[in-house]
Write a protein that binds this ligand. Structure first.
Ligand code: 13P
Ligand code: 13P
Ligand code: MG
Ligand code: MG
Ligand code: MG
Ligand code: MG
Length: 373
């Protein structure tokens, strides 16, 4: 068995929240090389999307392994140190705890991990997003693993026809449920169509009995109790031979669907699929970006990556994202561009409620017109 761990954190933005400084990337790569030489990792790769660093690692320690998580934590401490030296924006932004204890659960960095028996050919996609929340993977996972209009394999591949089981987290109540699709599909959509609260954590093949996908499901604001930036989630999808083909797993992103995030984590905006070189959201801290790194895993080695959205076939989605961004921006501070009150990451409502309390009167009373001016 091997484990593929994708662990990510924003340890400082260059400039603002738009990208990672090259020196932080170099530092993370040095740490990964050291961990490979020491035998901790079989292989490792460092990539960024926006201002978030992702450590993509293979090893034999399993999921939520203390050794792997503490290595990631130490690496993010090192890049935070550098970020402070360079005065980068929000240095150490996602490191919410002072000290490491056991694993990264509830500490700020996001992680998606899959432990599996490597197949003779193991094609895997690692998706990294910036300026959005973990529920942003709900729509594409539904399309990949439950929508025959996206994935023809669900209809015509003997090994996919029985469907997939989806594990869904309720982030407000700390509970989970497994939906057996296609039978439970309509029930599941009632929940996952509300991605601020219900988030797909993993997907399993019913025929093969293997895990096919895993996402990072942490919500920073729920951990910290305040806004500390968006979660900027990651996701792993295994492909082919009874799982969605690589092209079926990428297809949902040919539509620039709307997600929560963007400026101040408080706006709806389209998710733009881009090559890694374009994963630097600068316009209104958006539009939110997603990159897809393709690997073939062989004896735990990461053969790759291929930059999967570096394909003109996604130009249409990129154009659509720009158009939708123009359209939404013209709403300014109005919904549906601005998030509904309960989902806003920033709010002045608490202080407004106090300050204006005495000026709210029942509609049936006489209106006092302000005088002066
Ligand atoms: P496999 O069953 O070999 O994964 O073939 C699916 C495919 O590649 C079609 O695009
Ligand atoms: P990040 O989560 O990417 O740091 O974004 C924070 C933000 O508020 C952007 O406007
Ligand atoms: Mg940031
Ligand atoms: Mg970010
Ligand atoms: Mg963030
Ligand atoms: Mg084939």
């Amino acid at each position: 068995m091997i484990t593929l761990s994708v662990i990510k954190a924003d340890t400082g933005g260059f400039v603002g929240h738009s990208a990672v400084h090259p020196r932080l990337m170099a530092e993370a790569r040095r740490e990964i090389e050291r961990a490979k030489s020491s035998g901790l990792l079989i292989d490792g790769h460092v990539e960024s999307c926006g201002d978030d660093i992702s450590l993509i690692m293979t090893h034999t320690y399993g999921q939520e392994a203390g050794l792997i998580h503490s290595f990631a934590w130490d690496t993010f401490q090192a890049t935070t140190h550098l970020a402070k030296e360079l005065g980068l924006y929000g240095a150490g932004q996602d490191l919410l705890s002072d000290a490491f204890s056991g694993n990264l659960r509830g500490m700020g960095p996001g992680y998606a991990e899959l432990e599996f028996e490597e197949r003779p050919s193991e094609p895997v996609l690692c998706f990294l997003a910036d300026k959005t929340e973990p529920g942003a993977w709900n729509l594409p996972l539904y399309r990949m693993f439950a929508d025959p209009s996206n994935t023809s394999g669900l209809v015509i591949d003997e090994k996919m026809h029985a469907g997939f089981a989806f594990e869904v987290y309720d982030l407000h109540e700390d509970r989970r449920i497994v939906f057996d699709c296609p039978a439970d599909l309509y029930d599941m959509l009632m929940y996952i169509g509300a991605p601020a609260r219900y988030v797909i954590h993993g997907v399993r093949s019913k025929t093969l009995g293997m895990t096919a996908a895993a996402t990072s499901t942490q919500r920073l604001s729920l951990i910290a109790g305040r806004y500390v930036g968006k979660d900027d989630p990651v996701m792993i999808v295994r492909c082919q031979s009874g799982l969605p083909a690589v092209g079926e797993a990428l297809e949902p992103f040919a539509f620039a669907y709307s997600v929560a995030g963007c400026m101040r984590g408080s706006h709806h905006a389209p998710l733009m699929p881009v090559a890694t070189g374009q994963a630097h959201p600068s316009r209104f801290d958006g539009p939110p970006r997603v990159v897809a790194l393709g690997f073939q895993i062989k004896d735990g080695k990461l053969i790759g990556p291929r930059d999967m959205f570096d394909d003109p076939a996604f130009d249409g989605a990129r154009r659509q994202a720009v158009e939708v961004m123009d359209y939404l921006r013209r709403h300014g501070p109005f919904e549906p561009h601005r998030l509904p009150l309960e989902d806003l990451e920033y709010t002045t409502m608490t202080s407004l409620t106090k300050r204006l309390a005495h000026r709210w009167t029942p509609i049936t009373t006489e209106v006092a017109t302000p005088v002066g001016g």
